[in-house]
Ligand binder design. Sequence first.
Ligand code: ATP
Length: 662
Amino acid sequence: MERQGNLSINSDNIFPIIKKWLYSDQDIFIRELISNGCDAITKLKKLAVMGDYEEVEGEEYKIEVYASAKDKTLTFVDNGLGMTEEEVDKYINQIAFSGATDFINKYKDKAGDEQIIGHFGLGFYSAFMVADKVTIETCSYKEGAKPVYWECDGGTNYTMSESDDDIRGTAITLYLNEDCLEYANEYRVKEVIQKYCAFMPYNIYFINEDKEEEEAAKKEAEKKEKDKVIEVDTTQEDELVGDAPKKDEAEEKKEDATEEKKEERKPLNDTNPLWMRNPKDCTDEQYIDFYQHVFLDFKKPLFWIHLNMDYPFNLKGILYFPKINTQYDQLEGTIKLYNNQVFIADNIKEVIPEFLLLLKGVIDCPDLPLNVSRSALQNDGFVKKISDYITKKVADKLTGMYKNNKEDYEKYWDDLSPFIKFGCLKDEKFCDKMTDYMLFKDINGKYITLPEYLEEGKEKYENKVFYISDEVAQSQYINMFKEEGMNAVYLTHNIDNPYITHLEGKNENVKFLRIDADLADNFVGEKLTEEQTKEYTDKLSEAFKKATGNDKLVVKVESMKNENVSSVLTVSEESRRMMEMMRVYNMGGMDPNMFGAGEAETLVLNANNKLVKYILDNPEGEYKDMICNQLYDLAVLANKPLSAEKMTAFVKRSNDLLGLLI
Ligand SMILES: Nc1ncnc2c1ncn2[C@@H]1O[C@H](COP(=O)(O)OP(=O)(O)OP(=O)(O)O)[C@@H](O)[C@H]1O
């Protein structure tokens, strides 16, 4: 008997809302329908555990997705618990009603360890985002249940009647609207299933109905053709050998069997993803395989953290620390969020602490407070707790590694540090936990902590931390440091600039100086007297300004221990930082002096060097200008490349100087 009715919803027509507002991503109707099928199977299995349903031996629980471009249909078939007429009424017709809540209420005391997805029930109606008409054919597991056929064309009216398909489970058919025919395309559907359903808990199969039909027709035609030939053959054989066995028949069956085997359908998903397993049962190889497969990254991850928590909330997942190839690699990770093996979305900031988004990984949290569509999170304290838990786990893993396996920690440090530093900048709690475990690579290639560095340099350069931002450009300074037995640390990543500022904020009396920022007192031998300093500075300033034609040149004279060093360029830390900041804010053309930053570069000349002495002693010397310019260029060259014009002059002058030798 057919009956018609109105869908009881509060608005006149819910479909425009579903189409436009509720789901921003159209593809997710596939996820919703497949996960409804999975839920239906989970419920059936639960009923079996509870003794309310007897399972059919050997039955494979599965979801089948049939697509037909010819018919413009997409059908989802599950062999879950099905629905009775009353249930269709209750769960489908009365839309704003969650069937799952009802179910959980009934079974909550007897429930086992698996969770049942129960959200505000609108998932099914997402089908109307792509379909003009949707039908349900369903038959409940309940004894004597009558199969139900339901149909709705996207308005608020539906029809319901008894169906003749009494196989337990549910088939939902979408008659795709003209704009959405892509969902009848095999590759498109498979793509969406891969995205959202790759780890759903029951096998998902895709069937191209058109292809199957074609093949069946082809087979039928071939069979008919073969039968004809056999008929002719056997009449001939009969004539010759009478009752001889028809060996072709047996062969044919075998052939069929192997063909069937060849065509054995493969599920599109992995029903037992690695993160759901006990960490004890997972091998390194499996972790690496999973990583490469899910994130399509052929590099091996450095290491990983398997999250496995039952209390006070349920959370499983794996976080991978990816290998960073160069310091210029963009730090960009992906954290995939799942809800009971159902993919929700990538990089949901509310759940995953921002800095962890630099990692790659999967998080599955069945307790997530998802609303209406599974993608919308209700942001409450719970979500913050999840995020705090993940942060803590990551910090624990890192500090644990430092304590128990320092060799690995050091080995990974260069790759890990940008991520950890970013974490420290973004998350106070994480920063506090990591403070004692932050390493610095020094000029001898050793990894040391900040307190270790400060302790080591206590006598020579108290509370100063010299750092190298560019190993090649600053090599002259590195050598000077090495000769003097001084230490400096490498801070070469983009993240290091803000990190240095952050460290100075945390350690008020510690000052970070780039290795070329200052000529530390340590390089200076016997100090010049005040008069000497003044005299030499005046003389050399004048000579160098005149020779280079640069009025603004700042010259400083020191008596350095190493008499082989003639000239060094130093770059004031303060003005350099100011310039860098101005560059960031696109104020490159402005004069840093305006901000009180002072001159950036200083030419330091060594009063103990014979070339410098020559200039001092021969104010009218023939080669004075040549030497001044050469010393200046050499100092610049040790710090940064010369401009094209200066380089040309430098090469010419170098040749002229060599010419003087012959
Ligand atoms: N394939 C199915 N088999 C059995 N029951 C189903 C099936 N699909 C839907 N239902 C029933 O209809 C109800 C409503 O489904 P719907 O997808 O709209 O919401 P939900 O699954 O409860 O929540 P949501 O999809 O938003 O997470 C379900 O709770 C379930 O009881």
